[in-house]
Design a protein. Structure first.
Length: 94
C-alpha cells in the first residue's frame, strides 16, 4: 500500500512539473504581436508544441539560414519560447 502512495505522489508531482514547463498561450499571444510575418502567413498555427519549441531553440542556438529569426530568437528566454510555442500550437490550422 505504501508503494502505491509513493507512486501516486510521484505521478502527481510529474504532472505538476509538466504543467509548469508548458508555456502560457496568453503570454505567447502578447509576445507574438510583433510577428507580422507569421501572423499573416499562419504557417505556425496548430503545429506541435515540441516541434515549434525545437525550431525556435535551434534558431536561438544560431542554427538555420534565416538570419532574422536567429537574431530574434537569440533575444528570447526559454520561457518566452515555451509561451510562443504554446500560443502558436493553440491556434487552428489554416
Amino acid at each position: 500500500m505504501k508503494r502505491i502512495g509513493i507512486l501516486i505522489c510521484a505521478l502527481v508531482l510529474g504532472l505538476c512539473a509538466l504543467a509548469y514547463a508548458a508555456g502560457d498561450a496568453a503570454k505567447g499571444a502578447e509576445l507574438a504581436k510583433g510577428c507580422a510575418c507569421h501572423k499573416s502567413k499562419g504557417d505556425l498555427d496548430g503545429l506541435d508544441v515540441a516541434a515549434l519549441t525545437a525550431k525556435m531553440q535551434a534558431f536561438k542556438e544560431g542554427q538555420g539560414e534565416n538570419k532574422a529569426m536567429v537574431a530574434i530568437m537569440k533575444k528570447q528566454s526559454d520561457e518566452n519560447i515555451a509561451d510562443l510555442a504554446a500560443y502558436y500550437a493553440s491556434l487552428p490550422k489554416k
